[in-house]
Design a protein around this ligand. Structure first.
Ligand code: NAG
Ligand code: NAG
Ligand code: NAG
Length: 414
């Protein structure tokens, strides 16, 4: 009976959480017959709009996010221009006036350090991700599972740390809402994409080495970003991880960003949440956990913490050509935010032993997914509180049934 009450609750939650799904497709180097560079176009089409993600390893690994008001909007690339020294204007969306909002994330550097003395960090030479050489992503592309993987090693590796290792960026795109199976079991929304950052087999340069990933975001004028940490429900999905972090872009001020803000309700209507001016335009969301295994269990957890956001205006040095190609001159007036995510606090030794680190982050438009109570938590609550309720429900069901019966005895007469 408690289980019945739990199921009823579950059905209610499922109905509340249901969102329209999207048709997602992936295309490698659209319009270019070479695999010397990597550009992956992920397109998520809804009934009235489409979302574009452009992943690339031309320069530092990056992703361009564009929301458009048309289900037919298309990505265009002028490859000769993109691969030239002046790429501005080489990537655009057709029709251009369908673009509602755009932003970008660049994965710039990987720091490695060890703690020489308490609170004294000793840094090894930084891995600059724009100086990596990346394998062709084409053969990792799975059009059914909607996954692809970018794998690379430093172009020069004098210390040989990458002799048996590599960095990887694994992308998974989603057509509907749900939850990834492996830990940290991030939730996703239709049209969002998960990125898994993986350090595998790279030899640490010190005992108890830790890694710190630096990422930069670019946002158009008029968008404001917020980094927020929220407590999450401790359930069977990510046991003992209590923190969800999200980096969200919101419209800064409805008065100053007219052209951007006019279109915000449309971007927001992509989501189930009612539109309001403080809803986010796009987000990155992750749990405060990385894992030291390709098939992570709870005990493989590696703590992860985010530093503060460092905000600067103007084009940051090392902006990848793909972003210069899309944003062109508007880069000069945009804002860049730099964020560090550090893996391993007390557990610096986990990487030392496992030589594996995986961190997952969800990227998307609109409102980031929120934890709801899991079936396990609901069942436990149902067992604890639900038995009297279930009896009541069952009682009223029987009563209704009895009434139906009585009426049905009369029905044949009509
Ligand atoms: C691509 O860009 C080059 C260099 O700017 C230009 O000469 C060429 O006409 C462009 N091609 C197309 C199809 O627009
Ligand atoms: C790479 O693997 C080989 C064979 O397992 C091993 O001998 C070598 O020490 C490893 N190199 C590094 C840098 O880990
Ligand atoms: C990120 O970490 C590096 C290395 O510790 C540091 O130099 C840089 O200032 C940090 N950036 C931010 C935004 O915290």
């Amino acid at each position: 009976m408690a289980a019945a009450a739990g199921l009823a609750l579950l059905a209610l939650l499922a109905a509340a959480g249901a969102e329209r799904s999207r048709k997602v497709s992936m295309e490698y180097n659209p319009g270019w017959n070479s695999s010397s560079v990597n550009l992956l176009h992920v397109r998520a089409v809804g009934p009235e709009d489409s979302l574009h993600y452009v992943w690339s390893s031309i320069g530092a690994p990056s992703v361009l996010l564009v929301a458009t008001r048309s289900p037919n909007s298309a990505l265009r690339v002028n490859w000769t221009q993109l691969l030239s020294p002046s790429p501005a204007g080489a990537i655009w969306i057709d029709p251009p006036d369908s673009v509602l909002y755009s932003t970008a994330v660049v994965f710039t550097k990987l720091f490695e350090f060890s703690e020489a003395k308490p609170s004294e960090e000793l840094f090894y030479p930084t891995y600059d991700l724009s100086e990596f050489s990346w394998d062709s992503l084409n053969h990792t592309l799975n059009h059914t599972a909607l996954t692809a993987e970018l794998r690379g090693v430093p172009a020069t590796d004098p210390g040989g740390a990458f002799a048996n290792g590599s960095l990887a960026f694994r992308v998974t795109a989603y057509e509907s809402s749900g939850r990834a199976v492996p830990l940290p079991s991030l939730q996703h929304t239709p049209g969002s994409s998960q990125l898994q950052f993986i350090v595998a087999g790279v030899a640490p340069r010190g005992s108890g080495s830790r890694f710190r990933l630096q990422l930069a975001t670019l946002e158009p004028p008029g968008a404001a970003r917020h980094l927020r940490a929220r407590s999450s429900i401790d359930d069977e999905y990510t046991p003992s991880v209590f923190q969800v972090l999200s980096l969200q872009w919101k419209a800064a001020d409805t008065a100053v960003c007219l052209s951007a803000c006019l279109s915000i309700p449309q971007v927001l209507s992509l989501q189930a949440e009612p539109p309001n001016s403080s809803s986010p335009l796009s987000f990155l969301q992750w749990k405060a956990a990385a894992y030291g295994s390709p098939s992570p269990r709870r005990e493989d957890g590696i703590g992860c913490r985010a530093g503060g956001l460092h905000v600067a205006s103007g084009t940051p040095p090392g902006t990848p050509p793909v972003l210069r190609a899309f944003f062109g001159d508007s880069l000069a007036t945009s804002t860049a935010s730099v964020l560090n995510v550090t893996f391993g606090g007390e557990e610096g030794h986990v990487y030392q032993e496992r030589r594996y680190l995986s961190w997952s982050v969800l990227l998307g438009f609109g409102e980031p997914p929120r934890d709801t109570f899991s079936p396990l938590v609901i069942s436990i609550t149902a067992v604890a509180l639900g038995t009297p309720l279930a009896m009541l429900l069952l009682g009223s069901c029987l009563l209704l049934l009895a009434q139906r019966r009585r009426y049905s005895e009369y029905e044949p007469i009509n």
